[in-house]
Design a protein around this ligand. Structure first.
Ligand SMILES: O=C(O)CCC(=O)C(=O)O
Ligand SMILES: [Fe+2]
Length: 211
């Protein structure tokens, strides 16, 4: 299955951060979007809100895998059920698990795949991914649809950041020291991809939650 991916690693400024530009070809991306439509039919996008303030995030989310990441007034956490339907999350598409095995060969299988839907005006503020019980495995992130401006900083807030324009089919791995690097999405460029029916971007983040 190796030939389904074109893995040409480009190391980024942070140790352990690796970009695989155009790792997924057009046919793979289309098949993946078809898989995701199935996932979203069972586990519809929901509107996460910030704990305490209750302010909605600008992205909408869903998940697949044994665990899914949710954000509501009670906090940020992983849970086995959809927050609205209460159904278990659907399984992670096989193609994504295969990708994970190639780019994270030393990690156990992914437990969570967060699906982020960015409309043309959505953003994600600088943050660390640290709701997991282990940081040994990398975070593997897949971009689909319109391009995005991604910011990657260091492990401390307020440091220098690097900006990367992520395109449909790019795969970004945050492992090693960069596993806890600050990162965020500052801008979506509507109309830069024809993969999706509507302007916007899907980002998938595969994560190991338990050691
Ligand atoms: O959309 C992206 O590229 C990043 C998403 C992200 O950082 C997250 O879901 O934690
Ligand atoms: Fe993140």
């Amino acid at each position: 299955m190796n030939n389904r991916f074109a893995l040409n690693p480009v190391p980024l400024g942070q140790e352990g951060a690796v970009l695989y530009p155009q790792a997924l070809d057009a046919a793979f991306q289309q098949d993946l979007v078809a898989d995701l439509r199935g996932v979203l039919a069972t586990a519809p996008l929901f509107q996460p809100v910030m704990p305490r303030t209750g302010k909605p995030l600008s992205v909408r989310m869903s998940n697949c895998g044994p665990l899914g990441w949710v954000a509501d007034k009670a906090g940020y956490r992983y849970q086995p059920n959809h927050p609205v339907t209460d159904n278990p999350w659907p399984p992670i598409p096989e193609a994504l698990t295969q990708l994970w095995r190639l780019v994270a060969p030393n990690a156990r299988e992914p437990e969570a795949c967060l699906i982020n839907w960015y409309g043309p005006n959505a953003k994600m503020g600088l943050h660390q991914d640290r709701d997991e019980q282990t940081f040994d495995a990398p975070v593997v992130s897949v971009s689909l649809g319109d391009e995005a401006l991604f910011r990657l900083g260091g492990v401390e807030r307020g440091g220098k950041t690097q900006t990367i324009r992520l395109a449909s089919g790019d795969v970004l791995v945050l492992g090693g020291k960069a596993r806890l690097a600050y990162h965020g999405v500052t801008h979506i460029y509507p109309g830069t991809s024809t993969l999706l029916d509507a302007p916007g971007r899907i980002n998938l983040t595969l994560r190991r939650v338990n050691p």
